[in-house]
Design a protein around this ligand. Structure first.
Ligand code: GDD
Ligand code: MN
Length: 375
């Protein structure tokens, strides 16, 4: 077989794509055309394409992108159905392009596209893996942010030090340009959770990334709304936990166990209340305490451990029932294992711990499958 040769004529007219811009979109229909126009102006002479990764935006962003793509061969639309998540959208967008250099930027015009040629020129020199747009480097700015959001951003930057050793001034940045081979060194270890893809890449790379920062001013949004909310902050903490401890235990399991420990406290408090104060008799008090603890565990897990798959309304109730059922089996497993260990002549407390671990693992695994299955 002969190797495929570039078509001389085609090559002369449209050289292969050197730079891909990956822009995740959720409800950005009023921004995608403007972004494309601005890129056209600023990327003159560079063979580039843009990949919009749209999570089936209800406002019809994908349709607008498709219309654009009819007029521009370098506009592409990668559509994901039934899924949400900024980081994973970016990862799929990067994997969908063959360009050697990839810029990731928001589609809402808040990132400064005029820096792209400079970023590309830096990467072309070959001594760097990634150029990071930073709001906190000298000369950069967060623009017109409310002080509460500015404080949150600083706080998030501080805890990022738990997982990233590189001295980045803005590890939360969603604006950067990376070499494709450098990205591929990290891709299999990515957590993919949440919003913070840059942090994830730095924390997941098998070799330290050679980087430089360039400053920019975060612009105000022109159209549409920010999707940053409490869920995003929670996902961020889960990302940090996953990167810090995930190689030992999954972040969700740790959270589930912490909730389980809180359940023990709830159990003892209710038991005391009903036995000592209400004076129901021990059997009744213990039964009530068990129900209260299971309910509290369910509520907390639904709120924290499975924040991203939270069950609400009627599904909250059906989820609770399935959780009761699972925990009942968990108790049987717990007592069974503990009794077995005890009869093998181990210490009573060792038997107790063994039972509790088996019960917790069962509850975790079964509820992940039956109660909070990803949709
Ligand atoms: N495909 C997809 N799926 N895109 C999404 C999703 C999603 O679930 N959520 C948000 N986006 C897109 C938005 O449409 C926008 O283009 C971009 O991701 C950023 O979302 P915003 O909601 O505008 O985020 P922000 O402006 O509050 O925060 C941005 O700036 C911060 C500071 O640089 C993001 O880039 C953050 O990651 C960054 O830390
Ligand atoms: Mn934005």
């Amino acid at each position: 077989m002969t190797a495929l040769q570039p078509l001389p004529s085609a090559r002369a007219r449209s050289p292969a794509v050197e730079l891909a811009i990956v822009a995740p979109t959720f409800n950005e229909k009023d921004n995608v055309a403007e972004l494309t126009t601005r890129l056209e102006q600023t990327l003159h002479g560079i063979p580039w394409e843009i990949v919009f990764v749209d999570d089936d935006s209800p406002d019809g962003t994908a349709e607008v992108v498709v219309e654009l793509a009819q007029l521009r061969p370098n506009v592409r639309c990668l559509r994901r159905i039934g899924r949400r998540g900024l980081s994973r959208a970016v990862v799929e967008g990067i994997l969908a392009t063959t360009a050697p250099y990839i810029a990731v930027m928001d589609a809402d015009l808040q990132h400064d596209e005029t820096l792209l040629p400079k970023m590309l020129a830096r990467l072309r020199q070959g001594d760097l893996d990634i150029v990071v747009g930073s709001r906190y480097a000298t000369g950069g700015s967060i623009g017109a942010w409310k002080s509460s959001r500015a404080a949150m951003s600083r706080w998030a930057t501080a805890i990022s030090r738990l997982v990233v050793t590189a001295d980045l001034s803005d590890p939360m940045s969603g604006f950067f340009m990376i070499r494709r081979d450098a990205f591929l060194r990290a891709v299999r270890n990515l957590s993919g959770e949440g919003y913070k893809i840059l942090l994830d890449i730095f924390a997941s790379s098998s070799t330290p990334l050679r980087f430089v920062e360039i400053s920019y001013t975060f612009r105000s949004r022109r159209a549409g709304q920010s999707k940053l909310d409490s869920a995003v902050m929670w996902e961020y903490l889960m990302l940090i936990a996953d990167k810090r401890f995930g190689h030992i235990l999954p972040a969700r399991f740790i959270m589930f166990s912490v909730v389980g420990l809180s359940g023990v406290a709830v159990h003892m408090a209710s038991l005391g209340l009903f036995y000592e104060v209400v004076r129901t008799g021990f059997g009744v008090a213990q039964t009530i305490a068990t129900l209260v603890a299971m309910t509290s565990n369910y509520w907390l897990n639904n709120l924290l451990t499975y924040h991203d798959r939270r069950r609400r309304g009627f599904r909250f109730v059906t989820g609770l029932l399935s959780f009761y059922a699972i925990c009942s089996v968990g108790v049987v497993a717990n007592v069974g294992v503990a009794s077995f260990v005890f009869h093998e002549h181990y210490r009573w407390w060792l038997a107790g711990v063994a039972g509790a671990i088996v019960g917790t693992v069962w509850n975790y695994a079964a509820s992940a499958i039956f109660t909070w299955r990803g949709r």
